[in-house]
Write a protein of this length. Structure first.
Ligand SMILES: C[S@@+](CC[C@H](N)C(=O)[O-])C[C@H]1O[C@@H](n2cnc3c(N)ncnc32)[C@H](O)[C@@H]1O
Length: 350
Protein backbone atom coordinates (compact mmCIF):
# COMPACT_ATOMS: atom_id res chain seq x y z
CA UNK A 1 0.00 0.00 0.00
CA UNK A 2 1.55 3.29 -1.09
CA UNK A 3 1.27 6.09 1.46
CA UNK A 4 0.85 9.60 0.04
CA UNK A 5 3.06 12.39 1.31
CA UNK A 6 2.80 16.10 0.99
CA UNK A 7 5.58 17.20 -1.35
CA UNK A 8 5.56 20.65 0.19
CA UNK A 9 7.20 19.32 3.35
CA UNK A 10 10.61 18.75 1.68
CA UNK A 11 12.75 21.77 0.82
CA UNK A 12 15.42 21.01 -1.79
CA UNK A 13 18.93 21.60 -0.46
CA UNK A 14 21.52 23.79 -2.28
CA UNK A 15 19.00 24.24 -5.09
CA UNK A 16 20.47 27.20 -6.98
CA UNK A 17 24.00 25.84 -6.46
CA UNK A 18 22.93 22.47 -7.93
CA UNK A 19 21.28 24.11 -10.96
CA UNK A 20 24.40 26.20 -11.58
CA UNK A 21 26.69 23.18 -11.22
CA UNK A 22 24.52 21.15 -13.60
CA UNK A 23 24.59 24.08 -16.06
CA UNK A 24 20.96 23.34 -16.90
CA UNK A 25 20.08 24.49 -20.41
CA UNK A 26 16.87 24.47 -22.46
CA UNK A 27 16.43 21.21 -24.35
CA UNK A 28 18.89 19.36 -22.09
CA UNK A 29 18.54 15.80 -20.83
CA UNK A 30 19.03 15.21 -17.13
CA UNK A 31 18.89 12.35 -14.66
CA UNK A 32 17.84 12.85 -11.05
CA UNK A 33 19.01 9.66 -9.33
CA UNK A 34 17.35 10.57 -6.03
CA UNK A 35 14.02 12.03 -7.09
CA UNK A 36 12.46 12.35 -3.60
CA UNK A 37 9.52 14.71 -3.90
CA UNK A 38 10.95 16.20 -7.11
CA UNK A 39 12.11 19.53 -5.65
CA UNK A 40 15.35 19.55 -7.66
CA UNK A 41 13.66 17.78 -10.58
CA UNK A 42 10.98 20.46 -10.91
CA UNK A 43 13.60 23.21 -10.97
CA UNK A 44 15.68 21.30 -13.54
CA UNK A 45 12.64 20.98 -15.80
CA UNK A 46 11.71 24.66 -15.29
CA UNK A 47 15.23 25.72 -16.35
CA UNK A 48 15.40 23.06 -19.08
CA UNK A 49 12.29 24.37 -20.82
CA UNK A 50 11.50 24.29 -23.62
CA UNK A 51 12.37 20.76 -24.63
CA UNK A 52 14.15 19.57 -21.49
CA UNK A 53 13.80 15.92 -20.48
CA UNK A 54 14.26 14.25 -17.13
CA UNK A 55 14.69 10.68 -16.00
CA UNK A 56 13.87 10.47 -12.30
CA UNK A 57 14.85 7.47 -10.17
CA UNK A 58 13.96 6.64 -6.59
CA UNK A 59 14.12 3.38 -4.67
CA UNK A 60 11.11 4.38 -2.61
CA UNK A 61 7.72 3.85 -4.32
CA UNK A 62 6.14 6.55 -2.11
CA UNK A 63 8.62 9.09 -3.45
CA UNK A 64 7.82 8.14 -7.04
CA UNK A 65 4.08 8.64 -6.46
CA UNK A 66 4.62 12.02 -4.77
CA UNK A 67 6.96 13.13 -7.56
CA UNK A 68 4.55 11.94 -10.26
CA UNK A 69 1.83 14.20 -8.87
CA UNK A 70 4.19 17.14 -8.58
CA UNK A 71 5.56 16.69 -12.10
CA UNK A 72 2.12 16.32 -13.70
CA UNK A 73 2.71 19.49 -15.68
CA UNK A 74 5.84 17.91 -17.22
CA UNK A 75 4.44 14.42 -17.68
CA UNK A 76 5.39 14.29 -21.39
CA UNK A 77 9.02 15.12 -20.73
CA UNK A 78 9.63 12.94 -17.67
CA UNK A 79 10.23 9.28 -17.12
CA UNK A 80 9.99 8.11 -13.51
CA UNK A 81 11.48 4.79 -12.46
CA UNK A 82 11.10 3.07 -9.10
CA UNK A 83 14.49 1.41 -8.81
CA UNK A 84 17.81 1.65 -7.04
CA UNK A 85 20.39 3.93 -8.64
CA UNK A 86 22.86 1.07 -8.44
CA UNK A 87 21.07 -0.02 -11.64
CA UNK A 88 21.58 3.39 -13.27
CA UNK A 89 23.24 2.13 -16.43
CA UNK A 90 20.70 -0.58 -17.19
CA UNK A 91 17.80 1.80 -16.46
CA UNK A 92 19.21 4.30 -18.97
CA UNK A 93 19.90 1.63 -21.56
CA UNK A 94 16.42 0.12 -21.28
CA UNK A 95 14.87 3.58 -21.53
CA UNK A 96 17.25 4.68 -24.29
CA UNK A 97 18.06 7.70 -22.15
CA UNK A 98 21.73 8.54 -22.78
CA UNK A 99 24.01 10.35 -23.25
CA UNK A 100 22.86 13.09 -20.91
CA UNK A 101 23.79 16.67 -20.08
CA UNK A 102 23.74 16.20 -16.34
CA UNK A 103 23.25 13.74 -13.50
CA UNK A 104 22.27 14.69 -9.96
CA UNK A 105 22.54 12.69 -6.74
CA UNK A 106 20.99 14.30 -3.64
CA UNK A 107 21.76 11.51 -1.20
CA UNK A 108 20.19 10.37 2.02
CA UNK A 109 16.65 10.81 3.22
CA UNK A 110 13.85 13.16 2.30
CA UNK A 111 11.95 15.00 5.02
CA UNK A 112 8.95 12.78 4.25
CA UNK A 113 10.99 9.68 5.02
CA UNK A 114 12.32 11.21 8.22
CA UNK A 115 8.92 12.45 9.36
CA UNK A 116 6.73 9.72 7.92
CA UNK A 117 5.55 7.27 10.53
CA UNK A 118 6.04 3.61 9.90
CA UNK A 119 9.40 3.55 8.10
CA UNK A 120 11.65 3.56 11.14
CA UNK A 121 14.29 5.95 9.75
CA UNK A 122 14.20 8.27 12.74
CA UNK A 123 14.19 7.80 16.50
CA UNK A 124 11.97 10.90 16.78
CA UNK A 125 8.96 8.73 15.82
CA UNK A 126 8.22 5.34 17.28
CA UNK A 127 7.93 2.77 14.49
CA UNK A 128 9.05 -0.74 13.59
CA UNK A 129 12.81 -0.90 12.95
CA UNK A 130 12.63 -1.05 9.17
CA UNK A 131 14.78 1.59 7.37
CA UNK A 132 14.44 0.11 3.88
CA UNK A 133 14.17 2.66 1.07
CA UNK A 134 12.36 0.00 -0.89
CA UNK A 135 9.83 -1.99 1.18
CA UNK A 136 10.24 -4.97 -1.18
CA UNK A 137 13.83 -5.43 -0.13
CA UNK A 138 14.30 -8.42 2.21
CA UNK A 139 16.53 -7.35 5.10
CA UNK A 140 15.27 -4.75 7.60
CA UNK A 141 17.12 -2.95 10.38
CA UNK A 142 15.37 -5.26 12.88
CA UNK A 143 16.85 -8.28 11.09
CA UNK A 144 20.35 -6.82 11.41
CA UNK A 145 19.93 -5.75 15.04
CA UNK A 146 18.45 -9.08 16.12
CA UNK A 147 20.60 -11.55 14.21
CA UNK A 148 24.10 -10.06 13.85
CA UNK A 149 26.88 -11.14 16.23
CA UNK A 150 28.03 -8.64 18.86
CA UNK A 151 31.46 -8.20 17.26
CA UNK A 152 29.98 -7.64 13.81
CA UNK A 153 27.39 -5.19 15.19
CA UNK A 154 30.11 -3.20 16.94
CA UNK A 155 32.15 -3.11 13.73
CA UNK A 156 29.16 -1.98 11.69
CA UNK A 157 28.22 0.80 14.14
CA UNK A 158 31.83 1.97 14.27
CA UNK A 159 32.42 1.88 10.52
CA UNK A 160 29.13 3.25 9.23
CA UNK A 161 28.25 5.46 12.20
CA UNK A 162 31.77 6.57 13.20
CA UNK A 163 30.50 5.92 16.74
CA UNK A 164 33.15 5.89 19.48
CA UNK A 165 30.98 3.79 21.85
CA UNK A 166 30.19 1.09 19.30
CA UNK A 167 31.27 -1.87 21.46
CA UNK A 168 29.24 -0.72 24.44
CA UNK A 169 26.17 -0.15 22.27
CA UNK A 170 26.53 -3.55 20.58
CA UNK A 171 26.87 -5.22 24.00
CA UNK A 172 23.63 -3.64 25.23
CA UNK A 173 21.78 -4.49 22.01
CA UNK A 174 22.74 -8.15 22.26
CA UNK A 175 21.75 -8.27 25.96
CA UNK A 176 18.31 -6.77 25.32
CA UNK A 177 17.33 -8.55 22.09
CA UNK A 178 14.82 -8.83 20.49
CA UNK A 179 14.50 -5.14 19.64
CA UNK A 180 11.60 -4.31 17.38
CA UNK A 181 11.02 -0.54 17.47
CA UNK A 182 12.92 2.70 17.00
CA UNK A 183 12.00 3.91 20.49
CA UNK A 184 13.21 0.68 22.11
CA UNK A 185 16.57 1.00 20.33
CA UNK A 186 16.99 4.73 21.02
CA UNK A 187 16.21 4.28 24.75
CA UNK A 188 18.59 1.33 25.01
CA UNK A 189 21.43 3.35 23.46
CA UNK A 190 20.74 6.30 25.73
CA UNK A 191 20.88 3.94 28.72
CA UNK A 192 24.15 2.44 27.43
CA UNK A 193 26.13 5.62 26.77
CA UNK A 194 24.19 8.44 28.42
CA UNK A 195 23.44 11.86 26.95
CA UNK A 196 26.26 14.30 26.17
CA UNK A 197 26.08 17.36 23.99
CA UNK A 198 23.30 18.26 21.58
CA UNK A 199 23.43 15.16 19.40
CA UNK A 200 21.07 12.37 20.49
CA UNK A 201 23.26 9.37 21.44
CA UNK A 202 21.34 7.15 18.98
CA UNK A 203 22.03 9.36 15.93
CA UNK A 204 25.18 7.60 14.75
CA UNK A 205 23.84 4.08 15.34
CA UNK A 206 20.70 4.91 13.32
CA UNK A 207 22.88 6.24 10.49
CA UNK A 208 24.99 3.06 10.59
CA UNK A 209 21.96 0.77 10.42
CA UNK A 210 20.39 2.70 7.55
CA UNK A 211 23.64 2.57 5.57
CA UNK A 212 23.92 -1.18 6.19
CA UNK A 213 20.28 -1.98 5.38
CA UNK A 214 20.42 -0.13 2.06
CA UNK A 215 24.07 -0.90 1.13
CA UNK A 216 24.35 2.83 0.65
CA UNK A 217 28.11 3.20 0.29
CA UNK A 218 28.60 0.28 -2.11
CA UNK A 219 25.68 1.47 -4.24
CA UNK A 220 27.01 5.02 -4.35
CA UNK A 221 30.45 3.90 -5.56
CA UNK A 222 28.93 1.68 -8.25
CA UNK A 223 26.49 4.36 -9.42
CA UNK A 224 29.19 7.05 -9.71
CA UNK A 225 31.21 4.79 -12.00
CA UNK A 226 28.17 4.20 -14.20
CA UNK A 227 27.22 7.88 -14.22
CA UNK A 228 30.49 8.96 -15.86
CA UNK A 229 29.83 6.64 -18.81
CA UNK A 230 26.37 8.08 -19.30
CA UNK A 231 27.49 11.69 -19.56
CA UNK A 232 27.93 13.33 -22.94
CA UNK A 233 30.92 15.60 -23.46
CA UNK A 234 30.87 18.44 -21.00
CA UNK A 235 28.03 16.70 -19.19
CA UNK A 236 27.95 17.47 -15.46
CA UNK A 237 27.97 15.14 -12.48
CA UNK A 238 26.67 16.81 -9.31
CA UNK A 239 26.48 15.11 -5.91
CA UNK A 240 25.08 16.43 -2.63
CA UNK A 241 26.11 14.43 0.45
CA UNK A 242 25.09 14.66 4.11
CA UNK A 243 27.82 12.84 6.03
CA UNK A 244 31.55 12.36 5.84
CA UNK A 245 31.49 8.73 4.63
CA UNK A 246 29.47 9.64 1.53
CA UNK A 247 31.46 12.80 0.93
CA UNK A 248 34.77 10.94 1.13
CA UNK A 249 33.62 8.49 -1.55
CA UNK A 250 32.49 11.29 -3.87
CA UNK A 251 35.59 13.39 -3.29
CA UNK A 252 37.99 10.49 -3.86
CA UNK A 253 36.06 9.30 -6.92
CA UNK A 254 36.04 12.71 -8.59
CA UNK A 255 39.68 13.43 -7.74
CA UNK A 256 40.79 10.05 -9.10
CA UNK A 257 38.79 10.49 -12.31
CA UNK A 258 40.30 13.95 -12.76
CA UNK A 259 43.93 12.82 -12.34
CA UNK A 260 46.16 11.85 -15.24
CA UNK A 261 48.22 9.49 -13.08
CA UNK A 262 47.01 7.28 -10.24
CA UNK A 263 50.30 5.45 -9.58
CA UNK A 264 51.10 5.00 -5.87
CA UNK A 265 53.14 7.92 -4.45
CA UNK A 266 56.86 7.43 -5.01
CA UNK A 267 56.52 5.40 -8.25
CA UNK A 268 59.51 6.62 -10.34
CA UNK A 269 57.72 6.61 -13.71
CA UNK A 270 54.04 6.43 -14.45
CA UNK A 271 52.85 2.89 -15.17
CA UNK A 272 49.11 3.24 -14.53
CA UNK A 273 48.02 4.32 -18.01
CA UNK A 274 45.16 6.19 -16.39
CA UNK A 275 43.35 8.83 -18.43
CA UNK A 276 41.29 11.55 -16.75
CA UNK A 277 37.59 11.46 -17.60
CA UNK A 278 36.43 14.33 -15.41
CA UNK A 279 37.38 17.93 -14.71
CA UNK A 280 36.58 19.25 -11.25
CA UNK A 281 34.26 22.24 -11.41
CA UNK A 282 34.49 23.42 -7.84
CA UNK A 283 37.91 22.78 -6.36
CA UNK A 284 36.46 23.58 -2.93
CA UNK A 285 33.34 21.84 -1.72
CA UNK A 286 30.14 23.93 -1.81
CA UNK A 287 28.16 24.22 1.43
CA UNK A 288 24.88 25.99 2.30
CA UNK A 289 24.86 29.63 3.36
CA UNK A 290 23.94 30.50 6.94
CA UNK A 291 20.62 31.80 5.63
CA UNK A 292 19.82 28.46 4.01
CA UNK A 293 20.76 26.61 7.20
CA UNK A 294 18.51 28.91 9.24
CA UNK A 295 15.61 28.38 6.83
CA UNK A 296 16.22 24.65 6.42
CA UNK A 297 18.26 23.13 9.28
CA UNK A 298 18.28 19.77 7.45
CA UNK A 299 20.75 21.35 5.02
CA UNK A 300 23.42 22.03 7.66
CA UNK A 301 25.65 19.05 6.85
CA UNK A 302 25.19 19.24 3.05
CA UNK A 303 28.21 19.29 0.72
CA UNK A 304 28.03 19.68 -3.03
CA UNK A 305 30.72 18.47 -5.43
CA UNK A 306 30.59 18.76 -9.21
CA UNK A 307 32.65 17.62 -12.16
CA UNK A 308 32.46 17.77 -15.94
CA UNK A 309 33.00 14.94 -18.47
CA UNK A 310 36.02 15.45 -20.69
CA UNK A 311 37.30 13.73 -23.85
CA UNK A 312 39.38 10.56 -23.43
CA UNK A 313 41.48 8.42 -25.73
CA UNK A 314 39.07 5.50 -26.02
CA UNK A 315 36.62 7.91 -27.56
CA UNK A 316 38.30 7.05 -30.92
CA UNK A 317 35.80 5.07 -32.90
CA UNK A 318 37.03 1.93 -34.60
CA UNK A 319 34.17 0.53 -36.65
CA UNK A 320 31.93 1.85 -39.45
CA UNK A 321 28.92 1.24 -37.20
CA UNK A 322 30.46 3.55 -34.67
CA UNK A 323 30.97 6.13 -37.40
CA UNK A 324 27.36 5.86 -38.52
CA UNK A 325 26.13 6.25 -34.99
CA UNK A 326 28.44 9.19 -34.39
CA UNK A 327 27.05 11.00 -37.41
CA UNK A 328 23.54 10.64 -36.02
CA UNK A 329 24.68 11.59 -32.56
CA UNK A 330 26.61 14.62 -33.80
CA UNK A 331 23.52 15.81 -35.62
CA UNK A 332 21.75 15.60 -32.26
CA UNK A 333 24.49 17.65 -30.67
CA UNK A 334 26.36 14.77 -29.01
CA UNK A 335 30.03 14.08 -29.47
CA UNK A 336 30.74 10.85 -27.56
CA UNK A 337 28.04 8.27 -28.01
CA UNK A 338 30.04 5.34 -29.44
CA UNK A 339 31.25 4.00 -26.15
CA UNK A 340 27.73 4.12 -24.82
CA UNK A 341 26.38 2.45 -27.93
CA UNK A 342 28.85 -0.39 -27.39
CA UNK A 343 27.63 -0.79 -23.83
CA UNK A 344 24.08 -0.85 -25.14
CA UNK A 345 24.81 -3.52 -27.76
CA UNK A 346 26.59 -5.66 -25.19
CA UNK A 347 23.65 -5.30 -22.83
CA UNK A 348 21.07 -6.19 -25.50
CA UNK A 349 23.15 -9.18 -26.63
CA UNK A 350 23.52 -10.52 -23.08
C1 LIG B 1 17.33 13.77 0.01
S1 LIG B 1 16.10 12.91 -0.82
C2 LIG B 1 16.01 13.69 -2.39
C3 LIG B 1 15.15 14.92 -2.38
C4 LIG B 1 14.97 15.52 -3.74
N1 LIG B 1 16.21 16.00 -4.29
C5 LIG B 1 13.97 16.66 -3.69
O1 LIG B 1 14.36 17.82 -3.92
O2 LIG B 1 12.78 16.41 -3.43
C6 LIG B 1 16.90 11.41 -1.23
C7 LIG B 1 16.03 10.42 -1.99
O3 LIG B 1 16.90 9.46 -2.56
C8 LIG B 1 16.32 8.19 -2.46
N2 LIG B 1 17.43 7.24 -2.48
C9 LIG B 1 18.41 7.09 -1.57
N3 LIG B 1 19.26 6.12 -1.95
C10 LIG B 1 18.80 5.65 -3.14
C11 LIG B 1 19.26 4.65 -4.04
N4 LIG B 1 20.34 3.92 -3.78
N5 LIG B 1 18.56 4.46 -5.19
C12 LIG B 1 17.47 5.21 -5.45
N6 LIG B 1 16.97 6.14 -4.63
C13 LIG B 1 17.64 6.37 -3.48
C14 LIG B 1 15.53 8.21 -1.18
O4 LIG B 1 14.48 7.28 -1.23
C15 LIG B 1 15.03 9.66 -1.14
O5 LIG B 1 13.74 9.76 -1.68
Amino acid sequence: MIKRWSASSHTPVLLSEALRALAVQPGGRYIDCTLGSAGHATAILDHGSPGGQLLGIDADPNAIETARERLQHYKDSTLLVNDNFVNLQSICIKSDFFPVHGILFDLGLSSMQLNGNGRGFSFQHDAPLDMRFNPNQKITAADIVNTTSEARLAHLIKTYGEEGHSRRIAQHIVKERPIETTRQLAQLIEKAVGRRGRLHPATKTFQALRIAVNHELEHLEAALRQAVDLLGYEGRLVVITYHSLEDRIVKQFMQREARSCICPPGTPTCICGHTPRLRLINKKVITPTTTEIQLNPRSRSAKLRAAERIIIQDDCYATPEDHAFITIAKSRGWRRPALLQKIRMAFLAA
